[in-house]
Design a protein around this ligand. Structure first.
Ligand code: AKG
Ligand code: FE2
Length: 332
């Protein structure tokens, strides 16, 4: 069995262009994947591969800028602002510093926070491309949410999408610099320790380096990120060209009353890394797009996800309050 064979692959063309029956079949396949694994690969997702490739090229150009140029748009010290460039060492998970750089943008049309862009002459066309790519990702998120609404027989068809006007969406370019493999394998350094995402859906585009892993449910005594990191089994989410990885965030797990899994994941060394000698682990690039409900959304168990036999597991929660709290906790 392949290490990644348990992560389902969904052909989304059948949802975007298929008959009502086909759309329902895709919706139930996504539902089944989120119930069992919480992660899936989506092919034919409607975002041209050329655009995905171009996004990675822009990312490489951006991170290749000097530290002083990147720091022109350094994320402000105010922890409630999550826009701009973050260098190595400013993000922590459970007191471990992540060896990565990121560039975060939010909704270009939103007023609450302003995106930070490098001066146009440094990277002409970067901003225009990124704003376009942001819109493509937002559209795909809403289509996936429509599939989930169909899976739950919610009416109207945009029952979930209507709470996603995108004001709290975030798109990150991530760059994990090359580093000595022995530092990763010994645990001296980490790319991203075990964690789960906060919002509703995360889209993740990754390059061909590898290293993303998901925790196997039941493989740790305490099913927390820390518990899995200590003693859990992980399974690789191998790069599959032409696909985007989609996973369920905490708020969507809670909205679905636990029906959909908020699976713990991390980024470690790529497969076949060895600790001997001076081996270097190559740099890795990825592009996560984090969708979350609009701040005023009250997240409570959706119809169809609870009953007399399956009681509601959580109290209602405000999406805005929750996200602000969680985001602030991540930054150093
Ligand atoms: O870089 C990756 O593949 C995963 C990133 C991730 O899990 C995150 O930023 O939440
Ligand atoms: Fe994540």
């Amino acid at each position: 069995m392949n290490a990644d064979s348990a992560i389902p692959l969904i052909d989304f063309d059948q949802f975007l262009n298929g008959s009502t029956d086909r759309r329902e079949q895709v919706a139930s396949a996504i539902d089944a994947a989120f119930r069992s694994v919480g992660f899936l690969y989506v092919s034919n997702h409607g975002i041209d591969q050329d655009k995905v490739d171009e996004c990675f090229q822009w990312s490489k150009r951006f991170f290749a800028l000097s530290e002083s140029k990147k720091n022109l748009i350094r994320r402000p010290p105010d922890k409630s602002i999550y826009r701009g460039y973050v260098g190595v060492g400013r993000e922590k998970v459970r007191e471990r510093v992540c060896i990565k750089e990121s560039f975060d943008t939010g909704n270009p049309d939103e007023d609450e926070q302003t995106n930070l862009w490098p001066p146009e002459e440094l990277l002409p066309g970067f901003r225009e491309f990124m704003e376009m790519f942001y819109q493509e990702c937002s559209k795909l998120v809403r289509q996936l949410l429509d599939a989930l609404s169909i899976a739950l027989h919610l009416a109207p068809a945009d029952s979930l999408a209507q709470f996603h006007e995108a004001s709290l969406f975030a798109m990150s370019l991530l760059y994990y610099p090359a580093l000595p493999t022995k530092d990763l394998l010994s645990g001296a350094h980490t790319r991203i320790p075990a964690h789960s995402d906060f919002g509703t859906l995360t889209l993740l585009f990754q390059d061909d380096v590898g290293g993303l892993e998901i925790a196997e449910p039941g493989s740790a005594n305490t099913e927390t990120s820390a518990g899995f990191e200590k003693e859990g089994r992980f399974r690789r989410v191998e790069p599959k060209p032409g696909t985007v990885v989609v996973n369920v965030g905490y708020l969507l797990m809670r909205w679905s009353n636990g029906r959909w899994k908020n699976t713990v994941h991390r980024v470690v060394e790529p497969p076949n890394s060895t600790i001997g000698g001076d081996e270097m682990t190559p740099a890795r690039y990825s592009v996560p797009f984090f969708a979350s409900p609009d701040p005023a959304t009250v997240v409570e168990a959706l119809p169809g996800c609870w009953s007399e036999e399956v009681p509601r597991r959580w109290k209602a929660i405000s999406a805005g309050d929750y996200l602000r709290r969680k985001r602030q906790a991540v930054y150093v």
